[in-house]
Design a protein around this ligand. Structure first.
Ligand code: NAD
Length: 282
């Protein structure tokens, strides 16, 4: 099976959905971008325009590529039929399940649904679908245009044809795809949980400020420190991932969510996307 979607729908126009739309459009696909929040898909398009024109001004891509990429992304006000849907909505199993049920009423039976979930069981998300074999995890990393890695996540019912087809597509988009069975947190997020958790524990112990923790880890060779990385990811998303991994590991204490992060979410300090997290953003 070769996946060369003439109609590609990205659902969720937040950090990840906008990045996925950009990468797909840059690879030559026409992309429909939908978000449940009125105006969000248009806002994402406007933000993409700003960042692509910025890249063109810096000479990182040509103005023609920037213009062509933008022209291929069309914000839409309702879900549409498509050959491939990439779901990048909120990290919430019930919300994703409800969306898939709506999509199945619209999609042809052979259409593929890829979920960008960071941590929710693809096996469990597929349960209840009319065609569970067409659901596969396609886990991009943030920022999507920059990060090469993609985890292709197999649920128990995922068709090998579907998994291989999305792998091939991701490679054509310049990504490096690795395969993982659907276990809590998959590969990267499982390993990364303690990285965030220990930084949050240090903060809870008042051992050091975020700036100091980040500076230490950068000096140790990490590209970003854990606090600035959590600000980039979004604390709402990161907390949802931690809760999902904690629950899926039968409440193993190693994955206990942090009160520090819960407080940030409760305050609406979600990180870069809300203008404030551990740090403030202009
Ligand atoms: P985000 O908060 O930036 O964006 C989510 C968007 O989904 C919002 O615009 C929201 O309005 C929209 N939305 C919510 N419910 C919807 C629905 N039912 N239908 C349509 N749109 C809906 O979140 P994000 O960071 O882009 O994360 C999206 C997904 O990608 C999550 O599953 C997350 O775990 C995963 N992910 C996030 C990161 C990251 O670093 N932030 C990395 C990899 C994967």
């Amino acid at each position: 099976m070769t996946l060369d979607p003439a109609r590609l729908l990205v659902v969720g126009a937040g950090l990840m959905g906008a990045g996925i739309a950009q990468v797909a459009a840059q690879a030559g696909h026409d992309v429909l971008l939908f978000d449940a929040r009125a105006g969000a898909a248009q806002a994402a398009h406007a933000q993409l325009a700003q960042s692509l024109h910025g890249l063109a001004a810096k000479g990182k891509l040509t103005t023609e590529v920037a213009a062509a990429t933008l022209s291929r992304i069309r914000p839409v006000a309702a879900l549409q039929p498509a050959d491939l849907v990439i779901e990048a909505i909120v990290e919430d199993a019930d919300a994703k399940r409800a969306l898939f049920a709506e999509l199945e009423a619209l999609l042809p039976p052979e259409a593929v649904i890829a979920t960008n979930t960071s941590s929710i069981s693809v096996t469990a998300l597929a349960r209840g679908l009319r065609h569970p074999e067409r659901l596969v995890g396609l886990h991009f990393f943030n920022p999507v245009p920059v990060m090469k890695l993609v985890e292709v996540v197999w649920g128990l019912a995922t068709s090998p044809d579907v998994a291989h087809a999305v792998t091939d597509l991701a490679s054509r988009w310049g990504k490096t795809a690795v395969h993982a069975r659907s276990t809590p947190g998959f590969i990267v997020n499982r390993i990364a949980r303690p990285f965030y958790a220990e930084a949050l524990a240090l903060l809870q112990d008042h051992a050091a400020m975020p700036e100091v923790i980040d500076a230490c880890l950068r000096a140790a060779g990490f590209r970003m420190g854990p606090c600035e990385l959590m600000d980039l990811i979004g604390h709402d998303t990161n907390l949802a991932v931690t809760k999902s991994v904690f629950e899926a590991n039968f409440y193993d204490r190693r994955f206990t969510p942090s009160l520090v992060q819960q407080e940030l979410v409760d305050a609406g300090y979600l990180g870069r996307k809300s203008g404030r997290g551990f740090y403030r953003y202009p």
